[in-house]
Design a protein around this ligand. Structure first.
Ligand code: FPP
Length: 236
């Protein structure tokens, strides 16, 4: 099962406490650790987290620097635990605008965890779904005649190791109800769950509740209700 999360609300979480936005992002990084651990205990085999969109470059330089620092720290400090828990790290998105230092850390964390097969943890950084589609179309040069092959090209365009993996469940925290250029192709039949909690408050219980909501859904993939349709979580 592929779960994708738009981790929204760090800034509002901080503002509510009279703290700087960077404190919200730090608390957000703690929530990432919690949720990754929870995901390894459940039915999830791909978890994709939206850490930094290509449009986030427009934020003030110090906020961008904080986010890049947190990402570096996360990759460096978590790699051993990832190996222990069978988590394969994969940073998806553009790499040509990241610092060489960060790219080295990404490559190292990916190669050290390459053999892990319990969960693929994709962290989206400098990520734009529309860019991935444009690049895949360019790479296929009009030759993509079937969805599977095009899906693989979309994944490859953003360095994804999960291949043509469709998102089953998309969670967005922070109360907004939009996709924000995240996994547009991959979410064609995703079940969408929007929660009001800010990301730093999102805990194991909230994650379990989102999974439970997913299992209550009937997935019809364009078909009719009834025995032919699938319960959420059935293999496709
Ligand atoms: C959206 O909240 C969140 C982000 C743009 C960054 C997400 C980053 C983290 C959770 C921490 C670092 C990540 C990792 C993987 C260690 P916002 O800042 O837009 O919040 P707001 O809408 O309340 O202002």
């Amino acid at each position: 099962m592929h779960v994708a999360i738009i981790m929204d609300g760090n800034g509002r979480w901080a503002a509510r406490r009279g703290l700087r936005r960077s404190a919200g992002h730090q608390a957000g990084a703690k929530a990432v650790r919690r949720i990754v651990e929870a995901a390894t205990r459940g039915p999830v085999d791909v978890l994709t987290l939206y850490a930094f969109s290509s449009d986030n470059w427009s934020r003030p330089p110090h906020e961008v620097a904080t986010l890049m620092r947190l990402l570096k720290r996360y990759l460096q400090s978590e790699v051993a635990r990832c190996v222990e828990n069978g988590v394969r790290l994969n940073v998806i998105g553009r790499r040509d605008r990241l610092s060489p230092d960060l790219v080295r850390i990404i490559e190292r964390s990916e190669s050290v965890t390459a053999h892990c097969d319990k969960l693929i943890l994709q962290i989206a950084v400098d990520y734009s779904s529309r860019d991935s589609i444009v690049r895949a179309a360019g790479a296929c040069g009009g030759a993509a005649r079937d969805r599977e092959r095009f899906a693989a090209a979309v994944a490859a365009a953003m360095h994804s190791k999960a291949g043509a993996s469709c998102v089953d469940l998309l969670i967005r925290t922070g109360g907004e109800r939009r996709l924000s250029d995240f996994l547009l192709w991959e979410c064609a039949y995703a079940e969408l769950v929007f929660v009001d909690e800010y990301w730093p408050d999102f805990d194991e219980r909230a994650f379990e509740a989102a999974l439970a909501e997913f299992y209550r859904r009937e997935r019809r993939f364009g078909g009719l209700p009834g025995p032919a349709s699938k319960r959420a979580g059935d293999a496709r």
